[in-house]
Design a protein around this ligand. Structure first.
Ligand code: AMP
Ligand code: MG
Length: 408
């Protein structure tokens, strides 16, 4: 049995990251959630021009540097510049321009006096307080200079990156293709959510859960359905999955039961088994295999619905992100105070599901109510963190610190 960290390292080392050959061009409209494949280099400085950060008056610092309420300075307001205007006149000593946020600075000016520090009367403005030199001027190129990378390869695109791309007028960009992830559920007892349950049958929730997990991590889920516990049927389904995907996720059939055929079949298909079990609860029987003739990474995941999702969050998620070309693929952990007593397995690193709350700048972990059986998927709803009890720690009392893995 491998330690969780050992298993994680093996998996991340096995991942073959998509290359530039695996990239495609998308428009800005379709860039959401994709991963940048080639550094984005902007052609425009940002800001594009010296402009005002405030509503007020554009002045020559020399004119106003000594003024205060007792010794105010009076300037002639010779023009008004709104955002979008192109300034037409130069400002000479003794003059000022009325200016608004975002508007270009006129020639001759170098500083903005905010309107709160002024008094206006007809064409004159009285400056009541000296500004700092160049105060409230956003200088051309101060935030970004054209020609350098504005976004690096490996960045996953969200709202902030979309804003950067839009402002750089990058309307088409190169992103990695989405990884294809084949999903199959093994088990004679499984039926689809549409079918009426007969005694002894179980709804195949894993197929849907894993497809959702894959999609939310930017992959393309390929749902291959339910495969019965029959070696021949399983072998051909697994062979097809390996052919068609970058990653295969099968659930069930990796324990030590009489009908658990997955490991044997992977070996028969020429797979190299790198992991067969991990000292983790839930999720001990985890199989990880690769195949010489293609780049497929195979995860044989236990069938219990909680084990299946916890295994995906802990082991598949970083692998899927890394394979997708994302540079930020490592799992995230925070320290939290537990609101409840946590009981653990002792011999295995134990993951307990629940909710992480941020209270006055500190994380608190609330254990999900109800049974923490790996078969109980009902109380998994709304989970956003997994509290981790290390090996040999059977108990973490309420009010103590616990490490929590963030999911999503
Ligand atoms: P297994 O890993 O095949 O031994 O399955 C362990 C348990 O998980 C059994 O109780 C199965 O009925 C259940 N199970 C297996 N596959 C699924 C699935 N796709 N959806 C929901 N439960 C499952
Ligand atoms: Mg089974």
């Amino acid at each position: 049995m491998l330690l969780v960290k050992e298993a994680e390292d093996i998996i991340l080392n096995l991942v073959q990251v998509l290359t530039e050959h695996d990239s495609e061009t998308v428009t800005l409209e379709n860039a959401q959630g994709r991963t940048i494949a080639k550094p984005i280099v902007g052609k425009l400085d940002f800001p594009h021009w010296d402009n005002s950060a405030m509503d007020g008056y554009a002045v020559r610092y020399e004119d106003v540097k000594t003024c205060d309420e007792k010794n105010p300075v009076h300037l002639d307001v010779i023009t008004e510049i709104a955002a979008g205007d192109r300034p037409e006149v130069d400002i000479k000593p003794g003059q000022a321009a009325r200016i608004f946020t975002g508007a270009m600075l006129p020639q001759g000016t170098d500083t903005i006096v905010i309107q709160e520090n002024t008094q206006r009367e007809a064409d004159k403005v009285t400056i009541l307080a000296a500004p700092e030199p160049q105060e409230f001027v956003r200088h051309k190129g101060a935030f970004y200079q054209a020609g350098t990378p504005i976004l690096e390869a490996g960045i996953k695109i969200g709202a902030a990156e979309i804003a950067v791309l839009a402002t750089a007028q990058c309307t088409k960009l190169s992103v990695y293709r989405r990884p294809r992830v084949a999903i199959l559920s093994t088990g004679d007892e499984l039926v689809t959510p549409e079918q009426t349950l007969q005694p002894g049958q179980i709804v195949d929730s894993n197929q849907y859960a894993l497809a959702s997990f894959v999609a939310s991590n930017g992959g393309i889920p390929i749902k291959l359905g339910i495969v019965p516990d029959q070696p021949e049927a399983l072998k051909s389904a697994i062979a097809q999955a390996i052919e068609s995907a970058d990653i295969v996720l099968s659930t069930g059939g990796v324990s030590v039961g009489d009908y658990d055929y997955v490991d044997r079949i992977l070996a028969e298909l020429g797979g190299t088994l790198h992991i067969r079990s991990v000292a983790v609860k839930p999720g001990k029987p985890l199989t990880v295999a690769t195949f010489d003739d293609n780049n497929c990474l195979y995860f044989g995941i236990p069938g219990n619905p909680v084990s299946a999702l916890v295994s995906c969050w802990r082991f598949v998620q970083p692998a899927l992100k890394k394979l997708s070309g994302q540079n930020n693929y490592q799992p995230k952990f925070v320290d939290a105070i537990t609101r409840h007593d946590l009981k653990a397995a002792g011999k295995r690193e134990t993951y307990l599901w629940g909710q992480l709350h941020l209270v006055n700048g500190k994380y608190e972990f609330a254990l999900a109510g109800g049974s923490h059986s790996s078969g109980n998927l009902i109380n998994l709803a709304q989970t956003n963190g997994l509290a981790i009890a290390p090996i040999d720690q059977r108990f973490i009392g309420k009010g103590n610190e616990v490490k929590v893995m963030l999911i999503n």
